[in-house]
Ligand binder design. Structure first.
Ligand code: NOJ
Length: 721
């Protein structure tokens, strides 16, 4: 519901704005790097790509250089927003110019990628999704918002809710994995955490849901690549997560870089106007991805920047992130009648609305240096980062080695075991060197003695902790991989340790599922630590020593071989010849068809027994129950997962689909009855003619501790006519 007072103020302002000022509001500017010569971010990236600058040099330059925020343009009303201006003092300085020195005094809105924390870094989103805990997702978003707003930021380009079924895609790290429901719940929790229910609070951060839509389906797992899929699949598997995040109240949406069935999302009217605003009633702001409007020329959909601007604005794009196409061409396009004044006013209104809702007109200076300093890395934030890391790491294998006994003599192997700065993972732009703690830092702090594994001979110890996997730059944007296998060096290290006869616990750092076959062969235990953030080391030790019982479960399947991608995911559709012993079935000659570790999988130091599953139709859907017992001798949290399968439908349906889940806290020996209510709409799908249908007939309910091991109950589901 629009606020009439705000709408009145928008109308009043629109009446006073020139065409140039309107175009200026649509422009988000980045800061140029000031050095011996001025460089834009894009130029730096090009220099890295063609070898004129190393990645390290570029990073150093970006993080330490002075930025030119184009003050003259700001003064002239040619900038409505900044990308990546970090720091309350600098932000206040620019805001003073916007508010006091421009003709109409319209404040700036400052956006930044606050993806999984600001200074205090929580685990990467893919890791945090493995906690299956919306309340945790919301709390870490709040923490990020408290820090980011104190540093002068008012909007984050998060949450990303791109369902990611292909681990070759580096940005799977930023997602909640391969399932639609999990991505939707993750997005909803993040939006609530960032924004709160009062956007005028100084620590409320506007959320920007991205990348709309289906970016996670980029062909071949290659970043920025095309997405081509049936409308049924799009509606059923990819669209729901954006819808949920938008309906949770997100005030901004970012269209994706990719094209969708041939139309780039940046100029896709069906997405930006028909679905987003028409169907979902969104009245917030859309903002392009970086330079994406200009890139419509590369897509071959616009002849030049002018046409790209025209297509994007008419499709429903409000703000142009850094390409400058709107700034340069909107005026002439309106004068030529190719963009109507009404359309332009809609775009400007969406931007002004968010600025009003945030209270920026009445209260533009949100923080100062002292508040900024006090907000960062507080004890409460560090404790939350540690809790999030504990709840995100997945125990994949344990042949009785873990938990380690206090006093065990440790041999520490692998460069990542000592590299705190690698623990932040992708998209942690405000983190400072030394912020994050490695396993070695954790051991030092706890005064646990250990010996480093270097060259021969191996140290004499009771157990080896071996860190393997990916560095942070190996996942995230522009970090797709054609091979998900462990490196030869990692495999050789594991083998060497194993051959010593001492037990080996592998700790895997990565931003994506990897092929962990060799780790499963040579290590007695595997802890999937992902990139766990600020409190990496302490949280890993909490789990390895059993002070905390592992509870996380995978939200993306782990391949046995890279070639299983992209059909690896748990909810793949059924074929006429499911994999079996017979040759002519759907499988590979040279690799298993099943993942090495399935969706939903994760071990703990206790055991759980499932029994007495029941399921019955209710008025609004299906009610299912199961008993779960903690059969071990320590307390634990079990993530109980409820799937369904429609065995005979009008369109081929997935082998199983996650419908609900619950985290059950269980004391040793304790049993709980866990109940799920599945709304009947969750059972529906689109038929060949795009009608949404819910069939009468048999529905199988499968409940268990992972997608592969479940108990089954059948329901004959008959809808009232
Ligand atoms: C490109 C990325 O695709 C997007 O996710 C991010 O928010 C923008 N750049 C801004 O950094």
């Amino acid at each position: 519901m629009k606020n009439p007072e705000i709408e009145k103020r928008i109308k009043d302002l629109l009446g006073r704005m020139t065409l140039e000022e309107k175009a200026g509001q649509l422009h988000q500017a980045g800061g140029s790097i000031v050095g011996a010569f001025d460089l834009s971010f894009e130029e730096i990236l090009t220099m890295v790509a063609d070898g004129r600058m190393t990645e390290e040099e570029a990073h150093k330059m970006i993080s330490t250089a002075k930025r030119d925020w184009h003050e003259d343009d700001l003064r002239a009303g040619r900038i409505g927003s900044y990308l990546g201006l970090v720091g309350s003092e600098e932000m206040n300085r620019m805001q003073h110019i916007a508010v006091e020195e421009t003709r109409l005094g319209i404040p700036l809105i400052n956006g930044f990628d606050v993806i999984h924390g600001f200074r205090t870094i929580a685990p990467i989103p893919l890791a945090e999704s493995c906690a299956w805990e919306p309340d945790l997702w919301q709390r870490t978003a709040r923490m990020a918002a408290e820090e980011a707003t104190a540093a002068g930021i008012q909007m984050t380009f998060s949450p990303m809710v791109d369902v990611s079924k292909d681990p070759r895609w580096g940005r799977i790290a930023e997602s909640a994995g391969e399932d639609a429901l999990l991505n939707g719940l993750y997005g909803e929790a993040k939006v609530r955490g960032y924004q709160t229910d009062d956007l005028t609070r100084h620590d409320a951060l506007a959320a920007c849901v991205k990348h709309f839509a289906a970016y996670g389906a980029a062909e071949g797992g290659r970043d920025y690549n095309r997405v081509d899929m049936s409308p049924q699949r799009f509606e059923e598997e990819y669209l729901p997560s954006y819808e949920r995040a938008v309906k949770a109240g997100a005030r901004a949406v970012m269209p994706a870089f990719n094209d969708l069935n041939g139309v780039p999302c940046s100029v896709n009217k069906k997405l930006l106007t028909d679905i987003l605003r028409g169907r979902w009633g969104f009245d917030g702001m859309t903002i392009s991805d970086a330079n994406a409007i200009a890139e419509c020329i590369n897509h071959g959909i616009a002849a030049d920047r002018r046409e790209a601007a025209c297509l994007a604005l008419n499709a429903g794009m409000d703000m142009d992130m850094t390409s400058g196409c709107f700034l340069d061409h909107v005026k002439e396009l309106v004068e030529a009648g190719e963009i109507s004044m009404e359309k332009l006013d809609e775009a400007v209104s969406d931007i002004l609305r968010l600025k009003f809702e945030l209270g920026l007109f009445d209260d533009p200076y949100r923080s100062d240096a002292e508040q900024e300093k006090a907000a960062m890395l507080t004890p409460a934030h560090l404790a939350l980062a540690r809790e999030a890391a504990q709840k995100s790491m997945v125990l994949l294998k344990n042949d009785g080695l873990l938990p380690l006994k206090e006093g065990a003599r440790i041999g520490l192997a692998g460069a990542l075991a000592s590299d705190g700065d690698e623990m932040s993972g992708t998209w942690a732009g405000a983190v400072q060197p030394g912020d994050c703690r490695s396993i070695r830092d954790g051991l030092d702090e706890e005064k646990i003695s250990y010996a480093m594994v270097t060259e021969e001979p191996l140290p004499d110890c009771d157990v080896f902790l071996c860190a393997i996997g990916e560095r942070k730059a190996e996942s995230g944007e522009a970090a797709s991989r054609a091979s998900l296998e462990l490196t030869d060096a990692d495999i050789a290290l594991l083998k060497r340790l194993k051959e010593s006869g001492k037990p080996v616990a592998a700790v895997v750092f990565a931003g994506r599922p990897l092929c962990l076959g060799p780790a499963a062969e040579y290590a007695d235990a595997i802890l999937m630590a992902w990139h766990p953030g600020t409190e990496a080391g302490p949280a890993i030790l909490d789990l390895l020593f059993g002070r905390v019982n592992p509870s996380a479960k995978l939200t993306a399947s782990f391949p046995a071989a890279t070639g299983q991608c992209p059909t690896l995911y748990y909810d793949h559709i059924r074929t006429g010849r499911p994999a079996g012993k017979f040759k002519y079935t759907s499988k590979y000659l040279d690799a298993p068809v099943e993942p090495l570790f399935p969706f939903g999988f994760g071990l703990s130091y206790t055991g759980y027994r499932y029994s007495d599953i029941t399921a019955a139709q209710t008025e609004g859907g299906i009610h299912a129950e199961i008993t779960v017992q903690n059969t071990g001798d320590r307390p634990g949290s079990e993530i109980v997962q409820c799937y369904f399968r429609d065995p005979a439908a009008r369109r081929v349906r997935p082998v199983r689909k996650l419908a609900a889940f619950e985290k059950a806290d269980l004391q040793p020996g304790e049993s709980k009855r866990i109940a799920f209510d599945i709304p009947e709409t969750a059972l529906g799908y689109y038929d060949q003619d795009m009608n949404f249908v819910i069939d009468d007939g048999l529905i199988e309910i499968h409940i268990g501790g992972n997608a592969r091991d479940t108990l089954q109950a059948d329901v004959r589901f008959i809808r009232e006519k």
